[in-house]
Design a binder for this molecule. Structure first.
Ligand code: PLP
Length: 385
């Protein structure tokens, strides 16, 4: 099966992992801060805090920004549920902002409209999680302007978007946000097996993130409430977690990030070849904002169902039966049974729901060949006609 996304692990990656296995540290050791520095430098952020998943990064980012009971977090319905679940981990409530049908990202106009209403009701969000869907950056300038006007914090969920650029800056520079989080799950742009990272320019937030990823325990005497009782002494000053990344993961990440520029370049080439091959089919191809550079985590197309004689389900099943691992990203979060129990209904976010009915992700990963792409395009053409 040709999968929609897949990791690229080289001999160098394997050597890096083996070297850690032969070293003194398996859990967080010297590789973790090295990987943190590499990511911080790549994206031009002051601080980076590695954790064991993007989900963990979202959770402690919300806590570090003070999200708690009685607060509200907003995000896009077109995302992986983790972007929304983080609100509920903090006992805050969740709401969504509909997407822009061109970019599949949060629509800044819908956001402003919802903020005006929320202000009247006295229910402004504390945090907005902006998801860079498929690797295409959100309209961060508009979001930042609104965040200043209405006083909410911004977390960029850049699980799809390490290596992407907004205007001339790397996603992760946090010029328009408080924190940016990345995922290193194997289908993402670079991998650590499982893993994530939060980057920020705010030193206080970074210190809080570091505390929360490891039980809320500090070993720094400057942070003790009383004098140290001896060399063994530490204090738990917050309720934290074990969200640590280990050195095996960090060594893999460090080896992978050395190929990030090549990965983005390769994904870009693959995307433009698909654009060429699929032109003229009854499809909406990915729209790209000219001032941004997508990291092309996903190549998501929309079927023009009005003129097609086949359903989306038939297209998916037919392509899968030919060994093409197409998928759909994403089921709108508010339509999951768990979220319906919270009171959300179908029809609440009509653009997201329409996008979902038409969406199809076709394979895109760095080891895909031109022949693979020709095969996918020919199969699509046949199935759609
Ligand atoms: C993958 C993903 C996550 C979760 O990442 P993990 O590292 O698996 O926890 C969160 N948000 C988005 C948009 C994702 O694609």
């Amino acid at each position: 099966m040709m999968r929609y996304g897949q990791q690229d692990v080289t001999d160098d990656d394997i050597q890096a992992i083996v070297a850690v296995c032969n070293s003194d540290f398996l859990t967080q050791g010297p590789q973790v801060p090295k990987f943190e520095t590499a990511v911080a430098q790549y994206v031009s952020a002051k601080h980076a805090v590695a954790v064991n998943s993007a989900t963990a990064a979202l959770h402690i980012s919300c806590l570090a920004l003070g999200l708690t009971e009685g607060d509200v977090l907003w995000t896009s319905p077109i995302t992986f549920p983790a972007s929304a679940n983080c609100a509920l981990y903090c006992r805050a409530s969740i709401d969504f902002v509909d997407i822009d049908i061109r970019t599949y990202n949060i629509c800044p106009i819908a956001l402003e409209r919802k903020l005006v209403q929320a202000e009247l009701l006295g229910k402004l969000p504390k945090i907005l999680v902006a998801v860079h869907m498929c690797g295409q950056p959100c309209d961060m300038a508009s979001i930042a302007k609104l965040s200043k006007k209405y006083g909410f914090s911004v977390i960029e969920d850049a699980s799809h978007a390490i290596g992407a650029r907004y205007q001339s800056e790397c996603i992760g520079s946090c010029t328009f946000s408080d924190i940016t989080i990345f995922s290193f799950h194997p289908v993402k742009i670079i991998t650590t097996g499982e893993g994530g990272m939060a980057v920020t320019n705010n030193t206080e937030v970074a210190n809080k993130l570091m505390l929360l990823r490891s039980h809320g325990i500090t070993r720094d005497p400057d942070n003790f409430t009383v004098g140290s009782e001896g060399p063994w002494y530490y204090q738990q000053v917050e309720l934290g977690f074990n969200y640590r990344m280990n050195d095996i993961q960090a060594a893999l990440g460090l080896s992978q990030i050395s190929r990030l520029n090549y990965y983005i370049e390769r994904r870009r080439e693959l995307a433009s070849y698909y654009n060429e091959l699929l032109e003229g089919l009854p499809l909406v191809l990915p729209f790209q904002i000219s001032s941004c550079l997508s990291s092309w985590h996903l190549y998501a197309i929309r079927l023009n169902l009005e003129i097609l004689k086949v359903t989306r389900r038939q297209v998916v099943e037919e392509l899968q039966s030919r060994g093409i691992g197409v998928n759909v990203h994403y089921i709108p979060v508010h339509t999951h049974p768990f979220y319906e129990k919270l009171g959300f209904c179908r029809g609440d976010f009509p653009i997201a729901e329409r996008y979902y009915r038409e969406a199809l992700t076709i394979p895109l990963h760095v080891n895909l060949t031109s022949d693979d792409q020709l095969f996918v395009a020919a199969a699509l053409q046949e199935v759609l006609n």
